[in-house]
Design a protein around this ligand. Structure first.
Ligand code: KIV
Ligand code: NA
Length: 277
């Protein structure tokens, strides 16, 4: 596996090759993704909900994001890594946005940054790109401003908001993004936007016609048994597997079944011990 380059994103689109993106927030998951054919890891600010136990992405800080970028990059040397600029890290000024994007490149060692917003963020995006940092856009349902949007809802369902989303996408492309995440957009609209753009679209809840797809890894593996959004496909039930293992361990310790002789050290079995250690 060879790490994807930014120009190759365009090539993928031109050749009709799907771009596969998944989130990761730590070394073990990054290591597993690196061993797959998935092209891009996103250190998303979904960190807040998937890992830190928050109810939204808004409280996630730069320090928390950087803390999680480093182990991901270490675990995935052959995978392109993007990171989310968290809420409050790019809405003060263009200078603040560049400063924080720089931190992701230098301290996080990622390949580029993602930020939310279309037309309203186009000047900021252009400035970060001019500063030499690849930027991924994110429009449609933008979780950092979900309250303003009236909740976690599909975006662009009527003609006016659909036209706004197309304008957002075109403004981001003109500002120099290397790709755009479309979140919770009706499939036909996502197809229309994908057709109008030269840069690839990465869909989540945006139908089959985007140039790529992204999912939160904890959703994909079935880590939690709480509410599952319609756009998530669970490919495993890892949460159940872990719960089962914990239950068996607890039972074994209580009944004395674990540890048994096989998992204990004797006085006269040095060869055995060194093999195990
Ligand atoms: O934070 C995140 O994981 C994201 C993706 C779901 C697009 O922004
Ligand atoms: Na995000």
């Amino acid at each position: 596996k060879k790490r994807l380059t930014i120009p190759q994103l365009q090539t993928y689109k031109q050749e009709g090759k799907k771009i596969r993106v998944i989130t990761a927030y730590d070394y073990p998951f990054a290591h597993l993704v690196n061993g797959s054919d998935i092209e891009i890891i996103l250190v998303g600010d979904s960190l807040g909900m998937a890992v830190l136990g928050y109810t939204s992405t808004v409280p996630v800080t730069m320090e928390q994001m950087l803390h999680h970028c480093r182990p991901v990059v270490a675990g995935a040397p052959d995978t392109m890594v993007f990171a989310d600029l968290p809420f409050g890290s790019y809405n003060v000024s263009i200078e603040q946005a560049i400063t924080n994007a720089n931190r992701f490149m230098q301290e996080g060692a990622v390949d580029g940054v993602k930020l939310e917003g279309g037309v309203r963020m186009a000047r900021t995006v252009a400035a970060i790109v001019e500063a030499g940092i690849p930027v991924m856009g994110h429009i449609g349902l933008t979780p950092q401003t979900a309250t303003q949007l009236g909740g976690f809802k599909v975006q662009g369902k009527d003609e006016a908001t659909a036209r706004q989303l197309i304008e957002d996408a075109l403004a981001l492309e003109a500002a120099g993004v290397c790709s755009i995440v479309l979140e919770c957009v009706p499939a036909p609209l996502a197809a229309e936007i994908t057709g109008q753009l030269k840069v690839p679209t990465i869909g989540i809840g945006a139908g089959p016609d985007c140039d790529g797809q992204v999912l939160v890894i904890h959703d994909l593996i079935g880590m939690y048994d709480r509410f599952v959004p319609k756009f998530v496909k669970q490919y495993a039930q890892v949460g159940q597997t872990i719960s089962q293992a914990l239950a068996e361990y607890a039972q074994d310790v209580a009944t004395g079944r674990f540890p048994d002789a096989d998992h204990s050290f004797g006085l006269h079995r040095e060869r055995d011990e060194s093999r195990r250690l």
